[in-house]
Design a protein around this ligand. Structure first.
Ligand SMILES: Cc1cc2nc3c(=O)[nH]c(=O)nc-3n(C[C@H](O)[C@H](O)[C@H](O)COP(=O)(O)O)c2cc1C
Length: 389
């Protein structure tokens, strides 16, 4: 059997330095792409599966963690977003009274009108999304924050690895360390890398702009060495574009201890998204992704579609995270009801252009391992190196 190990494997108790990115829900649906089934498949294949836990309230999160444990006895992780909105504590109600619900933010009328105009342009009949179902559905329990309540579950369930996709691990670093939980923090620039390293991240994940989902502006090849220099000797994983053994080998050669991989697993059998969306990723070229603030208010890479093009053409100012979702919720609901899959959100990275086969996650992972090992083992056959004594 092929060996491909780094210090990450020893520290996390895994066989190969390949980590499944903790991908959350797409198209506003509650279930994440990196579901229990995909997490277990990656962990069972020798990598580290990471659950996209951001949208799960405490009870469901606990159930999902237990489901993973029923499918694998290998290590795994949970990814949450530590955005400021998820760290705000919900006030307690007066004795006996229900806790107050936060007032819904006010969306400017002209933004709403522009969104309606986009629907008209795209021939999508306007419908209002049912308010009950889509209210602030991510409402923290009384006296807790959304992320704080999730974190309690991670600790109680003894999850060995926590990944933060956004924000600093500072509020939870001490307690996580006291419980022996390893902390991975995603960053897209050097400033954030320094911050999360100072705030307690055990591993910094340098995510280049190639990545699917929320992403920054700097390419992986440029970002990785700069992040490594900034946080040394803290170990760094590479993310964004790691969809082949060749790319993984390149990242390891640069000094990364592993790859954090999203897009390549989006087209796995176990990835929790409709076949239609998988097929669009398989069909896409590397140029058919666009970074847009349309869906969440933050820059997010998606397979291009006419809705994104219309939004960008209108030149609208996106609202902050949370509010942007409220701004576009009727539009996205109308699109869904109109049965317009051509307009659906489909987060994916630039390596969509090299993916052309849907298959089991284990097969994807093992092929990456074989290819990376082959590249690294044969490097001396292709590159002549002489280092003077
Ligand atoms: C569909 C999708 C959903 C994502 N959701 C999350 C998330 O909830 N949390 C997070 O930390 N990263 C999320 N990401 C980003 C990934 O963690 C990862 O950094 C990225 O996919 C790596 O680049 P790659 O797509 O080129 O492999 C998401 C990415 C995709 C494609």
């Amino acid at each position: 059997m092929t060996t491909l190990r780094t210090e990450l494997c020893d520290a996390l108790g895994i066989e190969y330095p390949i980590v499944l990115a903790g991908m959350g829900p797409v198209a506003g649906k509650g279930e994440p792409v990196a579901s229990a089934e995909l997490v277990a498949a990656v962990s069972n294949a020798g990598g580290l599966g990471v659950l996209g836990g951001v949208a799960f309230g405490p009870d469901v999160l606990r159930a999902k963690i237990r489901e993973i444990r029923s499918l694998t006895d290998r290590p795994f992780g949970v990814d949450l977003l530590l955005a400021s909105a998820f760290l705000q504590t919900r006030a307690r109600g007066e004795a006996g009274a229900p806790a107050p619900r936060p007032a819904p933010p006010r969306i400017p009328g002209e933004s709403l009108a522009a969104v309606r105009a986009i629907a008209e342009e795209l021939d999508v009949p306007w419908l209002e999304a049912p308010r009950g179902a889509s209210g602030p559905s991510m409402l923290p329990p009384e006296g807790k924050s959304w992320a704080g309540a999730q974190m309690e579950v991670l600790l109680e369930e003894e999850v060995p690895v926590f990944a933060s996709g956004l924000g600093s691990p500072a509020p939870f670093a001490d307690v996580l360390k006291a419980h022996g939980v390893k902390i991975l923090s995603l960053v897209g620039n050097v400033r954030a890398a320094r911050q999360v390293a100072e705030d307690g991240a055990d591993y910094v994940v340098a995510q280049g702009t190639e990545a699917g989902g929320h992403t920054g502006r700097i390419g992986t090849l440029a970002l990785l060495p700069q992040v490594m220099d900034a946080v040394a000797p803290r170990p760094v994983l590479a993310a964004g574009g790691i969809s082949s053994g060749r790319a993984l080998a390149g990242a390891l050669a640069l000094g990364a201890v592993g790859g954090w991989c999203g897009t390549v697993f989006l087209v796995s059998d176990e990835a929790n998204q409709p076949d239609l969306q998988k097929q669009r990723i398989l069909d896409a070229t590397a140029e058919q992704t666009t970074v847009t603030r349309l869906y969440s208010g933050k820059t997010m890479r998606n397979i291009t579609n006419p809705l994104i093009e219309a939004w960008e053409r209108h030149g609208l100012q996106a609202m902050p995270m949370g509010m942007q979702g409220l701004l576009v919720r009727d539009l996205l609901y109308s699109i869904e009801q109109a049965g317009r899959p051509d307009l659906l959100m489909n987060a994916a990275g630039q390596t969509a252009g090299m993916l052309n086969q849907k298959r089991p996650a284990a097969e994807i992972l093992h092929e990456m391992v074989e290819e990376a090992a082959g590249v690294l083992a044969n490097l001396s056959g292709r590159v002549t190196v002489e280092v003077p004594a």
